[in-house]
Design a protein around this ligand. Sequence first.
Ligand SMILES: NC(=O)c1ccc[n+]([C@@H]2O[C@H](COP(=O)([O-])OP(=O)(O)OC[C@H]3O[C@@H](n4cnc5c(N)ncnc54)[C@H](OP(=O)(O)O)[C@@H]3O)[C@@H](O)[C@H]2O)c1
Length: 327
Amino acid sequence: MKRYNWGIIGTGYIAQKMADALPLVLQSRLYAVASRSMDTANEFAAKHNCKAYGSYEELANDPDIDIVYIATPHNYHCENTLMCISKGKHVLCEKPFAVNGWEVRLMIDAAREKGVFLMEALWTRFNPRVVKAKDIIEWGQLGKIKLFTSNLGDQKPFDPTNRFFNKELIGGSLLDLGIYPLFMALLMLGKPKTINASAGIGSTGIDTNCSFTLGYEDDAMAVMHSSLVAATDGISTIFCEKGKIQFGPYVYAPEQVTIVHLNGEKEDITLPLTGNYYQYEAIEVIQCLEQGKTQSSMWSWDDSLMMIDVLDEIRKQIGLVYKGHDI
Ligand SMILES: NC(=O)c1ccc[n+]([C@@H]2O[C@H](COP(=O)([O-])OP(=O)(O)OC[C@H]3O[C@@H](n4cnc5c(N)ncnc54)[C@H](OP(=O)(O)O)[C@@H]3O)[C@@H](O)[C@H]2O)c1
């Protein structure tokens, strides 16, 4: 049985989460972590019992590493991914896959050329309750989708240096939080016919509030908003002809997924959830590698491209330009 050594680039919030999740993934172990600072890498490595590197490149050069998980701010995703792919590593890269469609295409082309696995770390896609909800929609048990509504907002403490508000680190509610309602709309409804967006731009030049709607065949719509200045209720609902599916408390990690039939009868999707839910995407990586795949059919390169192209269009409409990452 093949065993896979994981490396993690970055040591922040999400890197810790993945390090906690990997022990739940068969055929996997956390082998090394890399930080820009050797001290930080050592601290992380001591906690998670793995090797430490004081630069991202050193980790990418380690021949014993099979898969690299990229856990840096959005603006580094493309550069970090390209470096790892150039060394023949498989890559699981945090969302958003990159800042714009041009960068995502570079990453996909590089993976295709090198024959390595590449996936955007959209953990929500692999949450068993979301997988089940997607099945129910596809089977048509509830009829066609007529409307999807979703929001994701958190009242973040204002700090212009933090990646949420810092424009150089690609701050903004859309790419950090809005991506989840958007993901759910695209997963359930597919590629939209129309896109309309507007935003509130804060003092650091990023979208603190963003609203966007997608239009589909037969007058179906998805209506969404994201915020870094308001803690919204986070409820998402797929309204169908014969009932609705409600996701809560947050669309990115829904624990309560409830089908409500037109007669008011409720049915909870109770598939068991374990761990911190980040293991599900890592399990998908291993399953794909075992099958010799370079992309997942659950969240494919085309799915990531569809999403980044919609994000680019929303940013064009709200006039949000990130220097060095122009659309
Ligand atoms: N899937 C999810 O649920 C989820 C949740 C949160 C975040 N994310 C995504 O994960 C990525 C990282 O988010 P995070 O919340 O983990 O961020 P974070 O806590 O700020 O950590 C980012 C890490 O990136 C490294 N880094 C490299 N260059 C940096 C720079 N110029 N400034 C700051 N950090 C830099 C740092 O590690 P070193 O100093 O050790 O090099 C830092 O610890 C983002 O793209 C975000 O969208 C996903």
